[in-house]
Design a protein around this ligand. Structure first.
Ligand SMILES: [Zn+2]
Length: 276
């Protein structure tokens, strides 16, 4: 797991792109969940305390939820919108819960029969678009859990256009939920390795930013803002919403992908939240 810090001296978080399942990807293949690590780089092999079912709405290539089946292949299943093929006909309401921050959701510590929970269902879509998945007969009657202590600091580079509150990527939400689950059940499960690719991609965004800053300095320009700067994120969000209104007046699409990261072939980690 030491490979998580493969951004140490002289190294870069960029991995060469490798072809898999008909396209080329860095880091891992979001179709067959194979790691595409360069030779000599070991990726974590995680055993989760719960089975995880991912209800995938966003594209595979953009979704950080796809890190989970790569890092914990034995415990994660992905079911894809719109037909969610392979989804079990029903889940047992006793031992399956849905992660979703609705009013009736509770943290693990307030969940009755916590020890019996075996499966966690994750909805990988902007929260505003999750209602369709939540209404599936398999999910409708299940209890909901939520993160007890969301982090104060945003780590995710992508800006959610319609979510001005703190924004967590799906893999961060999963890691945090499993961390809180471990605390609530007294287990010593370590969820940090689930953030292996997330940390790598984040490093890459920051390296990209640093290179841009060096360029600005050479050109005598004032320092720019980091991709995590709240003001910069707000500015980007406003501009994005404005663009959306112009494109389809009166018809706002919640959680639409970033303008900067909608290219099919574009690699997520390279996409800057703000293209300027
Ligand atoms: Zn593949």
């Amino acid at each position: 797991m030491a490979a998580a810090s493969s951004t140490s001296e002289g190294e870069t978080s960029a991995w060469p792109r490798v072809r898999c399942c008909g396209k080329s990807y860095s880091y891992y293949c979001p179709v067959c969940y194979k790691s595409l690590a360069p030779p000599g780089v070991a990726i974590p092999d995680v055993t989760l305390p719960l089975s995880v079912a991912v209800m995938l709405k966003d594209g595979r290539q953009r979704s950080t939820a796809m890190h989970a089946p790569v890092l914990a292949p034995r415990d994660v299943r992905v079911y894809e919108h719109p037909d969610y093929a392979g989804l079990p006909e029903s889940f047992d309401a006793e031992n399956c819960v849905v992660a979703f921050p609705s009013d009736d959701a509770v943290p693990w510590t307030a969940l009755d029969g916590l020890a019996r929970v075996r499966t966690l269902i994750l909805i990988d879509s902007p929260w505003q678009q999750a209602q369709k998945a939540l209404a599936l007969p398999q999910l409708a009657g299940l209890r909901r859990v939520k993160i007890d202590k969301p982090p104060a600091q945003v780590q995710f580079w992508r800006v959610a256009a319609h979510d001005s509150a703190g924004h967590l990527s799906t893999i961060e939400a999963l890691a945090l939920l499993l961390k809180e689950h471990a605390a609530a059940t007294g287990s010593n499960f370590d969820s940090d390795p689930l953030l292996f690719f997330f940390s790598l991609m984040r490093s890459r965004i920051l390296e990209y930013h640093d290179r841009k800053e060096e360029r600005r300095e050479r050109e005598g320009l004032a320092p720019g803002r980091t991709p995590f700067d709240p003001e910069r994120r707000d500015r980007f969000r406003r501009r994005f919403i404005q663009k959306e209104r112009t494109a389809a007046p009166g018809k706002l699409k919640y959680g639409k992908p970033l303008a900067a990261a909608t290219g099919e072939e574009e690699e997520e980690a390279q996409a800057e939240p703000d293209p300027t």
